[in-house]
Every structure is written in C-alpha cells, then in structure tokens.
Design a protein around this ligand. Sequence first.
Ligand SMILES: *Cc1c(COP(=O)(O)O)cnc(C)c1O
Length: 406
Amino acid sequence: MTAPVRTRSSADLIRAEEPVLAHNYHPLPVVVARAEGSWVEDVEGRRYLDLLAGYSALNFGHRHPALIEAAHAQLDRLTLTSRAFHNDRLAEFAARLAALTGLDMVLPMNTGAEAVESGIKVARKWAYDVKGVPADRATIVVAAENFHGRTTTIVSFSTDETARQGFGPFTPGFRIVPYNDLAALEAAVDETTAAVLIEPIQGEAGVIIPDTGYLAGVRELTRREGCLFIADEIQSGLGRTGRTLAVEHESVVPDVLLLGKALGGGIVPVSAVVARRDVLGVLRPGEHGSTFGGNPLSAAVGTAVVELLETGQFQQRAAELGAVLRGGLSALVGRGVVGFRSRGLWAGVDVDPALGSGREVSERLMREGILVKDTHGSTIRLAPPLTITAGELTQALTALEEVLRA
Ligand SMILES: *Cc1c(COP(=O)(O)O)cnc(C)c1O
C-alpha cells in the first residue's frame, strides 16, 4: 500500500495528477483552491482575475451569493428524485426558462453535449413524425469549425481532426457547410433536412461573429424550407453577449434553443433543450430521458439563474462593459494584437504570432495574475464573469498590454 498523498504545493499537486488522471486536457499550471466573484486563489494564496469564467459556466462569477443561497436551501431539503416521480421545483424552472427565452417547453438535461444530443434526437423525431421524412433518412446541416461537445455523434460532425482522430466509426446524417455562408447552407438543405444546427457565435473557433443578416437569413431559410433552426447558445447565451441570447442581436427566435454552462450557475451541470410546443411535443414517455436531468437541486439553481437574468442587469452590464473591453482591445491593435472580435463581454483576440502562441501568451498572463485560455494558434479568448467591475477589466487589459509589450 502506498501512503496517502499529502502534497500541498501547486507543483506537487500537478505532479500527483500525472499518473492517475487522464491526459485529455493541458491545463495552465495553476492549482485553484478557492474563489469569489471574479477572483480565484491558488493553493499558495496567489490571486488571479478569472477572465475565462469556466467557458461561460461562471457568467455570474464564482459563488454568486443568490445562487449559493438557492443551492444551500435546496441541499437542506431535497436533492434528487429521478423523473420517476415529480419534484416540487421543476415546474417553476421550466415555466420561467421558457418565458425568459420566448419559447414554450423545456427538456432538462445536465451537460451541454447532452442538450445537443437531445436536440438532434428531437429534430430527427420531428422530421419523421411531423415533416414526413422517410425513416432513417433525416439529415442535419451544421457549420464547419463548429464546437458542440465531445460525444461520438457530436464529433462525427466536427471538423477538428484532433477531436475526431481515433474515435470512428462516426454517426451518419450530417452535412457540413462553411459558417457564415447562406448560399452554401441553402445548397445543402433539401427535403430530408430535419434541422440546421449552428452556434450564433462560434466560441471555440475563436469567437467568430457572423455577418449581420446571417442569423436572420438562417431563420428565413429554415422557415421557407420547412426545417428547424437549432441555435446552440450553450456558450453564447444567458447574458454573455449583452442580451439574454445572442440570436436577439438579429431579433431571431429559433425553433430549438440549446442552453447549458451558465444555466448551472457555476455550481451544478444544468442544460436544457427549449423549444416550441409543436417540436418538443413529439417526445413520448420512454423515448428519451436522463436520471439526473431536472433534479431538484439543478432546478433550484437553474431557477435562481433565470431569476438573475429576469432583472436584465447582467445583460446590461455585459453590453456596457463590452464597450470598455472593445475600447481596450482596439487600443492594442497594432501593438501586439493583430485583430479581435468581440460582442458583449466576449472576445477572441488574435495576438501577433511573432509574440508567441496563444498558449504562451496565456502563461505570461497567468504570471501577471490573469487567467485566460487560448483557442487555436495565437488566439486567446476573453470571457470574464459578467459581474466583473470596470476597474478589474481595465486591470486585465493593462496586464495584456504589458505582456504584449514585454
Ligand atoms: C461547451 C459547449 C458545448 C458542450 O458543453 P459540455 O457541458 O462541455 O458538454 C456545446 N456547445 C457549445 C457551443 C459549447 O460551448
């Protein structure tokens, strides 16, 4: 028997992971031990501003008091029932989430990938039951450079070879077209098409914002062709872009909305398919499910998240501070930044490759007390908690300026 690991330092803890933890991530060498608001603290007590916010799972910051309170209260009363029984939290969660998004019905799941999988199943079922597509012939059109999760079916329509290599055989029934290209989309849609599945802003691809008119065009095209528009807002939704949903920037209402990440308030995994009644209504008992989906703890936290968004104040902050972020990044263009894209409190920043990879810049920022994450090549992604202050944001931008100057 080996002695229990009693390591303490960051370096020791990182070393202790190596033999026992799957190597499917390459984290920055920081070991977080506690967090509050926009700040995290490592095991040595060093403090960092969190400008990743759990890929938008922490839109309300770490341990938002209202969310922690809702979770504590629920923990003390009821945590899990399974859907074999009703629980007293689920109706309110579904009703308020549907009202927030302007849709009718909610299918509660846990992780984002499960919401995407569920959306695909619902779209296929709708295609067979409502649209009349011949059995097993339904197609779903997706965009190149997409990120929708990591399951076997989802990587089947990824264009990222690292995500696919070695994981075949893949699920058929998907057509991939370039993002932000309505003509290509139109050419790919036919009578077998159940749905068009896209991210209104491609997050993992580097915060790629389509041209104005693209989302409205997808809406118009899918309506005209009689297929569903599924918007994956797992990362773009729930306040991040300055609106509740990123599709709102083009006044678009999709048929099916996929939510996750921030819906769990940074506490528990909560995801959902939200859709019109004539779409989600195709599911009958036994056809789909999840042991943990819609559990009372998730529903309580999810309801508290919806309650925060109902005030509109987080969306407004994201819009206002988004202007500060945009201004700060604009000032860095030509001074280490070759270009950037931003909407609300979300930015993809292309650093001059001569100054280092996105990973290297992220490591340098970490040493300055700022946590960010690279996406591809020399692009870093900024997605601070929507609770960040203007002062903290300016502090982060100053650190970025210094790192790029050094
Ligand atoms: C993160 C993400 C997912 C997958 O969510 P998980 O909870 O990691 O399974 C799906 N779609 C988008 C757009 C995402 O950003």
